[in-house]
Design a protein around this ligand. Sequence first.
Ligand code: NAP
Length: 280
Amino acid sequence: MADANAFGIAGLLGWPVAHSRSPTIHNYWLNQYGLSGRYVLLPVPPEKLSIALPGLAVLGFRGCNVTTPHKQAVMPMIQSVDPLARRIGAVNTIVVEKDGSLKGFNNDGNGFIQSLRDADPQWRPDSGPIVVLGAGGAARAVVASLAVQGAKEIRLSNRTLDKAQQIADAVGPVVKVLPWDQRADALDGAALLANATSLGMAGKPPLEISLDRLPKNALVGDLIYIPPETPLLATARMRGNITVNGLGLLLNQARPAFNAWFGVMPEITPALRQAIAATF
Ligand code: NAP
């Protein structure tokens, strides 16, 4: 960590980055904890990524978040990657070390798990079978982190079966792959349903799935936070399930990143949630 009194910069590296709520979160915390610094947007196209990364240390950045389409591409371009990020196969946070080298982490999966525990403190990754829908970068992070945190059975379904199989091969036998047309059957006896597809996001079609076989005491999590309540979450809430949107993931993955960059583990307060809600 750099001198805590020095002006600190962090940012979001992606292409595009304009719609992110991360600046609202980190700048809110910088202000709340009286720290001198700023979190900025770093729109960098893929062909400029290898030039931008070494510039972070030179320009005095403490680190950055990494988003689409760079989460995998940065891995061979940085000096070290922590074991969970390596298992996930993607980096969402970079920390500039004292010697100027770059270290990559992935806090997305753990952030999602923490958001579920915030909503239902009784729930644990080993509470019962877990159904994850989707096999993109976000699903990879969620599945790998659930496995590391003790999940016993993860039923993974994706439109493109091959991508789900690749996650199962990387994470291990705890992951059982199911064809997309069997996603509703997978809900039998589940303790958690997690939507990690982009279906239900504003401007996209809804996720179509019958929840008839899902126990009423199961948690339903959606990684999407725009809109704050997807059609899936609305249906689940109306039948009595506890529901969690993707804002909790965003907030909980931001905490360890802020701590690594600025030396304070920040709190998620109702006022912070209100500040973000005001941006919608
Ligand atoms: P991605 O890599 O592009 O993956 C998209 C996933 O959605 C794939 O599994 C894809 O299936 C599936 N999908 C898309 N259209 C579909 C359709 N018409 N029918 C069935 N499946 C469809 O995206 P990602 O980065 O993993 O992100 C996934 C979601 O998580 C997004 O909504 C994103 O906003 C959200 N997310 C939220 C946070 C947060 O902070 N809350 C962080 C990361 C991601 P195929 O493999 O068959 O194409």
